[in-house]
Ligand binder design. Sequence first.
Ligand code: ATP
Ligand code: MG
Length: 568
Amino acid sequence: MSDDATDRSNSGPGNFVDDLVRDDLARGLGRTLMTRFPPEPNGYLHLGHAKSICLNFGLAQRHGGVCNLRFDDTNPTTEEVEFVESIQADVRWLGFGWFKGPYYASDYFEQLYAWAEQLVVEGRAYVDSQDLEAIRAGRGDFHRPGVESPFRDRTVEENLDLFRRMRAGEFADGAHVLRAKIDMQSRDLNLRDPLLYRIRHAAHHRTGTKWCIYPMYDWAHGQSDAIEGITHSICTLEFQNHRGLYEWCFDALHFDPRPKQIEFGRLNLSYTVLSKRRLQELVAGGHVAGWDDPRMPTLAGVRRRGFTPEALRAFCDRIGVSKRDGVADVSLLEHAVREDLNARCPRVMTVLRPLKVIVENLPEGETVHFDAPLHPEHPAMGTRTLSFSRELFIEQDDFMEDPPKKFFRLAPGREVRLRYACLLTCVGVDKDPSTGEITALRCTWDPQSKGGDAPDGRKVKSTLHWVSAAHAVDVEARLYDRLFKVENPMDVPEGGSWKDHLNPSSLTVLRAKAEAHVATAGEGARFQFERLGYFAVDPDSKPGALVFNRTIGLSDAWAKIVAAGKAG
Ligand code: ATP
Ligand code: MG
């Protein structure tokens, strides 16, 4: 369970970005390889960000470079300190660290402003006083050329004066913007006099009310890359058509050397939405308990659910990096999680829906002890002692009074094995006389079958998990199903909402009975509950009142897909 920031095993060489970087290094960069991960602090990080983090930090690790964490904090109205803090915690948890920083685009506001004045002085930027609506309309589209603003030919003096007064706070939001003066006829829409600054009278989480104009993404991002000495600016495909503007700014400011932008396909996952804005909607709308709800695809959510950073890094390695956007099958992620948990989790027994069993031939007060391994393949994990006494619990659905043909578990007159303990036969059923509901099973055990097998070698078909009533601890078990009912939640019929696809039964809470071994488990501890799945201790736990999240069940859909030869 290492949270060690120096664990560098899983960062995924052999992708096309890695190849490009390798080529550049072979030709000689003349400076240290430097990448960056640039989140906007307007929400918690999600699984898509994990892909970008593994890629950017992974490249730096493999090639002796540096990866900066930089907050792209240019939008004061959506950004918060809570997000700045959670993002740092999440990157660290995933196993990555930064040497200096973190950096903030807001640290460069003064420099960005100075460069913008330089553009104004050189006649490469102007103050436009049209409203946003008019500016948008004037830009045209792929079929229509842009129309020049009536304010485009303001003199340098007038532009400089207006821009300085914008900064000084003389104008209301929306009264003016600063635009680059490029080419309204350009085939590249982003070069049709893009906005560089807008007025926004809003307090910023770091600069307070010092500024009332804020740089646009395109102006802040490239220049921030250049200031930090980033060599490779790796971003998702939607920024491909911003690359012309990214380069234009460097040309205008005569940067040399300059960063190189490389785009890759973002991660999408089936049955999942990966967008901070939508995740924010789920939180704000009360559809989940918070950003770290274990059903959320946020790093905070999956951590609370019990995923490990190792599993996420292995998943990111496996999905690879490509030049196309694709949808990864969520069962591939689940497979990576299971594979990791299978190796590391001690096994214990917990009964989720308890049915009482009375062992008639074991006197009250008598306890039999059995030793059981904590992991069948790792004897070094040791053993724990199971207590077997007159009253036990088994799962309600492991018993049927009138079983169909294929049901091999417990039924009247039938014998089963209790895991690590003995053979047990059902000899009777107690019922509530008024409701007819089964209240307990009457059973006998075979003392000759200690450990689970009879000396006469007779066969039993089923092995059940169980706990001793007197020794078990009461725990709360939270079982999760997928948050969305459909593979592509964004596929919405006319007039519908993606939120219509939310799964109304994504959470089930049970009062369960756990084997005494878990009683002292601390927050974050993980176990396999035999036959039921992997569980992790939730931070809601209190002494004597443990809460377990089911991280994932045991059945592995991806393994079946691979076995059937259907995976690529
Ligand atoms: P969202 O739409 O969720 O807000 P974003 O791209 O706006 O995502 P940023 O905070 O700007 O979020 O993202 C920081 C970095 O993470 C960017 O470089 C972005 O390209 C990358 N990133 C975001 N989502 C994904 C994803 N699904 N797959 C891969 N990389 C992603
Ligand atoms: Mg964004």
